[in-house]
Design a binder for this molecule. Structure first.
Ligand code: GTP
Ligand code: MG
Length: 452
């Protein structure tokens, strides 16, 4: 007999925003480590997860957080590189993240990836707050390391305060243009109806106490019921990345959001050719306050309970797809679990037609996001798949009758050299971009050109 053990899991927080607006720096500041410094060109190479336990949050937030007010165990932050779509962060029926922080550079305002993030937050109905970052760059700013934001704002000159307020109200205006009512977080009563804006600086730590307080409070207030899980049940998760790990071959960076995965479990994972059934060889995990991607020496663990990031080593993972589901078999019926994974994979499948464009994307989530954008614009799709652009994709594209449909839209994937040559030969146009709406815009411009 299995005992059900109801526990509150850690809420999953996605950190999103335009390139260089400060996502990694913010998490870095929270972690107190120097991930940014070690990154090549200060660009986040991989998606990572950072668990911040409640006592650490309460240390950072000081008087703003009384740990006895909370029974959630902390927050699990997922960093997403700006050049990559965060739409990998999916789970059955929607977003993997329970809540999100949209990071916006106060000087730069809304940029293409900010809008892309907003679109996906809207579509998946994920509650979020806006971190208005880099407040320390307002000319004349007088930094007060790690202070709550209202305290440090009170310590600024009138001129600086009014400069900052002007920028903040521009952000609030942009949110309103995108259909969200927003205000400074301290004026927000109901975080479900209004978006709170938290001014912060990843550089000086100003406003970080507020940011953590708001995230913790929001989770506790609105998410608590959803956080109740049977922690001893068979694990369920999402693949963030499929990659080679020295000594372990192809591994999965995954987020487990329900139940537990054990090192001797059999798992079912979504793959390019359908579900993969395989036995876990090792579970590798970073310690709290560190990130999967910075960990050199992985620690082997016996089990990982939701919610947490874990690297899974197992045979036969070469075909696994980023964004695909992972389910632990344990004592469940094998055929039933395989059918569940199959069903989840088919939910993502895009409606294709006899005539239309070819779409290739890096993850299931981004494929889903692009396809829904194309659908909204009534652009038909003939084939939609995860993976690099290969000659056979060109062969499919050239069968289109409409000249405007002889096109391949490639999102964050490689184009094989022979596919590129073939496309030129066969008059198939290639569109490549890392931002969904720019990709679609590029295609739209091309269509207009043809029609003129
Ligand atoms: P991608 O992962 O490439 O999308 O970028 P990111 O959003 O993670 O930005 P990152 O944290 O790498 O920061 C980009 C640059 O902005 C770095 O040079 C940071 O040092 C700088 N930066 C980030 N936050 C702040 C801030 O609050 N103040 C100042 N002055 N600089 C900041
Ligand atoms: Mg980054």
């Amino acid at each position: 007999t299995t005992e059900t053990e109801h526990t509150l899991r850690t809420p999953i927080v996605a950190v999103l925003g335009h390139v260089d607006h400060g996502k990694t720096s913010l998490l870095d500041r929270i972690r107190g480590s120097a991930v940014t410094a070690g990154e090549s060109g200060a660009i986040t190479q991989h998606i990572g997860a950072t668990a911040v336990p409640l006592d650490v949050i309460s240390d950072i937030a000081g008087e703003l957080v009384d740990p006895t007010d909370f029974d959630l165990p902390g927050l699990l932050f997922i960093d997403t590189p700006g050049h990559h779509s965060f739409s990998t962060l999916r789970s059955r029926g929607g977003a993997l993240a329970d809540i999100a922080i949209l990071v916006v550079d106060v000087n730069d305002g809304f940029q293409p990836q900010t809008l892309e993030a907003i679109d996906i937050l809207k579509r998946t109905q994920t509650p979020f707050i806006v971190a208005a970052n880099k407040i320390d760059t307002v000319p004349g700013w007088n930094p007060n390391e790690n202070q709550p934001v209202q305290q440090t704002m009170d310590a600024q000159s009138e001129r600086v305060t009014s400069d900052l307020n002007e920028k903040l109200y521009e952000l609030i205006g942009e949110l309103s243009d995108n259909g969200f009512s927003a205000d400074m977080y301290w004026r927000v009563q109901n975080f479900q109806a209004n978006i709170g804006v938290v001014p912060v600086s990843a550089e000086t730590g100003e406003g970080i106490p507020d940011l953590l307080t708001v995230m913790m409070g929001l989770s506790q207030r609105y998410m608590k019921e959803e956080m109740e899980i049977d922690a001893s049940g068979p694990g369920v998760g999402t693949v963030l990345e499929v990659k080679d790990t020295q000594g372990f071959g192809t591994t999965l960076d995954a987020i487990i959001y329900d139940g537990t995965i054990h090192k001797d479990d059999t798992i079912v994972v979504g793959g390019l050719q359908g579900p993969i059934v395989t036995d876990v060889r090792a579970l590798l995990r970073p310690r709290p306050l560190e990130e999967i991607r910075t960990e050199q020496q992985f620690e082997q663990v016996d089990a990982v309970a939701a919610a947490d990031g874990v690297k899974i080593a197992a045979p036969d993972l070469d075909d696994a797809i980023a964004g695909a589901p992972i389910r632990v078999l344990r004592d469940r019926d094998r055929a039933e679990v395989i059918a569940e994974v199959e069903e989840e994979l088919s939910e993502i499948e895009v409606t294709t037609q006899e005539e239309g464009v070819v779409v290739k994307a890096d993850t299931l989530g981004s494929l889903e996001a692009i396809s829904s954008t194309l659908e909204e614009e009534e652009i038909p799709i003939m084939r939609a798949e995860v993976g690099a652009v290969a000659p056979r994709d060109v062969r499919v594209a050239e069968t289109a009758n409409e000249p405007t449909h002889r096109a391949i839209l490639a999102f964050s994937v490689d184009v094989l050299e022979d596919a590129r040559h073939l496309a030129e030969q066969e008059d198939v146009t290639l569109f490549e971009d890392d931002v969904i709406y720019q990709l679609v815009e590029g295609y739209d411009d091309h269509v207009t050109e043809i029609q003129e």
